[in-house]
Every structure is written in structure tokens, then in C-alpha cells.
Design a protein around this ligand. Sequence first.
Ligand code: COA
Length: 219
Amino acid sequence: MYYFIEPMTEDDIPEVQEIESQSFITPWSTSTYRREIRNQASCRYLVARSSPTPPPPSHGAALLGRRPSLFSQIAAALFPPANRSTHSCAIIGYGGLWLTVDDAHITTIAVDPQHRGFGVGELLLNGLIDAAYELRAQMLTLEVRVSNSVAQRLYVKYGFQPAGNRPHYYTDNGEDALIMWTESITTPEYQLRLSALRRQLSARMQKHACTNRSALRIS
Ligand SMILES: CC(C)(COP(=O)(O)OP(=O)(O)OC[C@H]1O[C@@H](n2cnc3c(N)ncnc32)[C@H](O)[C@@H]1OP(=O)(O)O)[C@@H](O)C(=O)NCCC(=O)NCCS
């Protein structure tokens, strides 16, 4: 399977809400999504899409076009130019952030349960980190349920560290939120760490795409 990301549009909202309903208890309204997507000054929302064959050039271009350094390794692996074809590409994940002064706050991130464990969450988080650069944020922050160890592991992998709790933050069950922050994402140290993680992710997704390609050839 090929996975790629691109900016969320208003047309994507119903599909995003499908994944949201399988991932979170308290849904956002359609108007909240619209407001966030339209607020380009301080918000960025992305969708991840899947495709059994290499995606059309426009999708690759969207991925590469926003920030050339962004996913060059991943994109080069996933979009062999000679093999691109057109087809529909389902949304299988999404995420977003907003800028508060000079920090970026990740507001949401989720992957379709059937596509979890293949690097899509990580791909989305990378997209959000690059969106934070684009908005000139210095650090990233987020809240996560104290019980959500899967998401916490993903965040720790990308340099987020616990920085306190918000008691009874989640209204559905009164659970506390763990507040997490990165160090500055602009330091050479963080950039190095990110490059290494992206190389790993690229290799992982390439392998996944190749495995799927072999399966397609056999069937
Ligand atoms: C959290 C979430 C986005 C991760 O997406 P994903 O595509 O399944 O994750 P990935 O395959 O990209 O994995 C990236 C990292 O996440 C962590 N992770 C993913 N699945 C895990 C699991 N089952 N157990 C422990 N850690 C796990 C690991 O650190 C993993 O890196 P590794 O494979 O090198 O160990 C996804 O589980 C999800 O949508 N959860 C429901 C919504 C949610 O909780 N969102 C976060 C709100 S704060």
C-alpha cells in the first residue's frame, strides 16, 4: 500500500469525520473543521491517503511542493515517476495544529483503525512538524490522555516529553491529560534526530509499498 499526505480540504471533512468517530469519543462539528481549514494564518490540517498503486502526480507534487526538504526521501521512494497512474485514494488518517504565538499546538491526529501500525501516524506527525516549521513555530505541544500509551510512544519518539498534567481534562470520563512539549525544533540536534527518523520511516514505508506491489503482481 502507498501512503501519502496532503492538505485537508473542506471536501475531505465527511471522510475525516468517519475516522474521527472510530478514534475519539467527542467529535468536532463540521463547522469547526471548516473554520480550522480556512484559518490559513495559524492552522494547518492534513490528510493521509492510501492507494494500492502509485498515486497520481498531483498528489506527489502536493507533497513535495510545500517544502522541498519535507519528505524528499519518503516521496522519492513512494512516487517512482514512471509508474504513476490515476485512481481514487481513500483518506486513512488526518491531523492538525494551530499556532499559538510562536508554538504549534497539535490539536488532533488519528489513523483509520485498519491502517494503524504501518507508519501512517508517524507520516502525519512528520507533516505536522513541517507545517510547524512553515508557520515559524519554535516548539510543539499537545495534550494526550494519560492512558493513551500508544500515542505517547509516538510522541516520545519525536522528542516530546511530559511537562505536567491537566486534571479531568477529558469531559467524557474525567481523565487527566498529559501535557507534552518538544525542545526547540529548529536546533541542529533536533534536525539531525528528525532526519534519522525520516530515513527509518522512508525505509519502512518503502518496504510496505514493495510488499504490497508483490502481492498485487501475484493476485
Ligand atoms: C496514535 C496513532 C495516531 C498512531 O498511528 P499509527 O499509524 O498506528 O502509528 P505508526 O504505525 O505510525 O507508529 C508510530 C509509533 O507509534 C507508536 N505505536 C504505534 N502503534 C503502537 C502500539 N500498538 N503499541 C505501542 N506503540 C505503538 C510506536 O512508537 C511507533 O513507532 P515504532 O513502530 O518505531 O515503535 C493511532 O494509534 C490512532 O489513530 N489512535 C487513535 C487516536 C489517538 O489516540 N490519537 C492521539 C490523540 S492525542
